[in-house]
Design a protein around this ligand. Structure first.
Ligand SMILES: C[S@@+](CC[C@H](N)C(=O)[O-])C[C@H]1O[C@@H](n2cnc3c(N)ncnc32)[C@H](O)[C@@H]1O
Length: 169
């Protein structure tokens, strides 16, 4: 199995995501999301940003490597009665099933940055974004002094080398 996938399926990120509903909504409110906008949320988890974007009327696809989080996102959408968002499994470094120039807005909030091959991810994000579209990322910065950057650095030290995220090496 892909070790990146195994890592994210091992825990239950929904427990952390539950504390981020307000920040997710606040962020999406600033992204100029309009009805019918085609949005891809990459490394979407259980929909911290995908769900608020759908609530604003966008047509949203959430892609995440972890099957448990994809299921959690689809459950949330169902419970909220949202039919304009769906979640599917996929790897940010190879979005082969998504056509070129498909999305007006590609969002990845502390998501795609975890894929081990950042250049492949960047290429894929650009490929699926429509000409003139936007890419918005939230990433932890290498050498950042914040607590979470230190936590990631520590956990990276216990992660097999091929699986590490370049930004926390
Ligand atoms: C810190 S969580 C953030 C989730 C979500 N963006 C949020 O703001 O709640 C990181 C997410 O990235 C996903 N992820 C990690 N590597 C990935 C990859 N190669 N492709 C797609 N998703 C990935 C994880 O499964 C997890 O859901």
């Amino acid at each position: 199995m892909n070790p990146n996938k195994a890592l994210w399926e091992k825990g239950d990120f929904t427990r952390i995501a539950a504390s981020m509903r307000d920040s997710g909504e606040g962020l999406v409110a600033k992204l100029g999301v309009t009805k019918g906008l085609k949005v891809l949320d990459l490394g979407c988890g259980d929909g911290t940003t995908a769900i608020p974007a759908a609530r604003l009327g966008a047509d949203v696809l959430g892609v995440d490597i972890a099957s448990n989080l994809v299921a959690a996102g689809n459950n949330r959408a169902r419970e909220l009665g949202l039919t304009n968002v769906r979640f599917q499994e996929g790897d940010a470094s190879n979005l082969g099933e998504l056509a070129d120039d498909s999305f007006d807005l590609v969002v990845s909030i502390f998501g795609a940055m975890f894929a081990p091959k950042p250049f492949d991810v960047a290429k894929e994000m650009v490929r699926v974004t429509k000409p003139g579209g936007r890419i918005v990322m939230g990433n932890w910065i290498p050498g950042d002094p914040t607590l979470i950057a230190q936590v990631l650095k520590t956990s990276a030290a216990y992660t097999p080398r091929h699986q590490r995220v370049s930004s926390v090496r």
